[in-house]
Design a protein around this ligand. Structure first.
Ligand SMILES: [Zn+2]
Length: 340
């Protein structure tokens, strides 16, 4: 099969790779209908995270089940399925509490790489959710979004306790931040403030439900959020970047007693204990348990209640994955969808 491999920072190549097969009786092999480039793929691409030899890339996927192992009972060949970036059994105590990304049997969601024609998915029963029917082609981007960026934005909004009567501020205008806006709106937030200085992203944020846009960042961004909330700060803040600046912006923009939902993968963030102690804010986040939300998100996409696939503003054949990475790296694209 063909698959994307990162050889060194800035060097992604689509090349011949071994066809994945069933290795464990709990595995499934899927044929990818669509895959994409994640913001977190850019960390090794930019050399900020070490590249450990040639690495197969991609962890966001939707596709048709080709084959299942002998112990798989909940999905079968021919079904259209959505999974996410960690495989989980969905039966252990941690999974049953809704924290499948911390499953005691957790494994990578697509260890053979999802930016490819085929992928092996471990723990298929716990990891994959089948759609009710084969979706029409225009629903595929939305279902692919559910695999990571929508599920992550949704978790961030839930962790930040977005809901009726709440003002939600969103730090970060990448795909996750934009879908955090959509999630906050869906969860009934009264006011959603998107923090973005990029006009096309501001426009999409408004279409997803943002009521206000703040272009300032850092201390000035915090001051603007306070201006908009009677000096108190937002009830709920979604942090979808993962830097020291964005994390502090999120904490300082939250009112005492409010909640920060942080889902940007942190890089060199350290929190000042004394400031945290006196802030009185709740912090909750980490790798999103996308699996918890998949049945609901698949339903919302398939009934066309939401259209999260609009975050994909560049679509390329898999063979042009390198250009897909470049476009995201240079911020020419919010998110690249790849068609195998
Ligand atoms: Zn588990």
């Amino acid at each position: 099969m063909r698959g994307a491999v990162l050889h060194a920072p800035g060097d992604v190549r689509v090349e011949e790779r071994p066809d994945p097969g069933i290795e464990q009786p709990t595995d499934a092999v899927i044929r990818l209908a669509a895959t994409c480039v994640c913001g977190s793929d850019l960390w090794p691409y930019r050399g900020i995270e070490a590249v450990d030899g040639p690495a197969p890339m991609g962890h966001e996927y939707v596709g048709i089940v080709e084959e299942v192992g002998g112990e798989v009972t909940t999905v079968r060949a021919g079904q259209f399925v959505v999974g996410s970036f960690f495989a989980s059994d969905n039966t252990c105590e941690i999974c049953r509490a809704g924290y499948q990304t911390h499953c005691v049997n957790r494994q990578p969601g697509a260890p053979t790489g999802a930016q490819a024609q085929y992928a092996r998915i471990p723990l298929a029963d716990g990891t994959l959710v089948a759609t009710p029917d084969l979706p029409s082609d225009d629903l595929v981007p939305g279902l692919l979004a559910a695999s990571d960026v929508l599920g992550t934005g949704w978790f961030a909004a839930v962790a930040a306790e977005a809901g009726p009567g709440r003002t939600v501020a969103v730090v970060g205008d990448g795909a996750v931040g934009l879908l955090g806006v959509l999630a906050a709106k869906q969860l009934g937030a009264e006011r959603v403030i998107a923090m973005s200085r990029h006009e096309p992203r501001q426009r999409l944020a408004r279409e997803f439900g943002a009521t206000d846009v703040v272009v300032e960042r850092g201390d000035e961004g915090v001051a603007r959020i306070k201006d908009l909330t009677g000096g108190l700060g937002a009830h709920s803040v979604i942090e979808a970047v993962g830097t020291q600046e964005s994390m502090m912006q999120a904490i300082r923009a939250t009112r005492p007693g409010g909640h920060v939902g942080y889902v940007g993968v942190t890089h060199d963030v350290s929190l000042p204990g004394e400031e945290l102690f006196f802030s009185g804010v709740h912090l909750h986040g980490g790798p999103a348990p996308v699996r918890r939300f998949l049945p609901e998100l698949i339903d919302l996409v398939c009934t066309r209640a939401i259209d999260p696939g609009r975050v994909f503003d560049l679509e390329l054949p898999l063979e042009q994955a390198a250009e897909g990475y470049r476009a995201m790296d240079e911020r020419r694209a919010i998110k690249t969808l790849l068609r195998p």
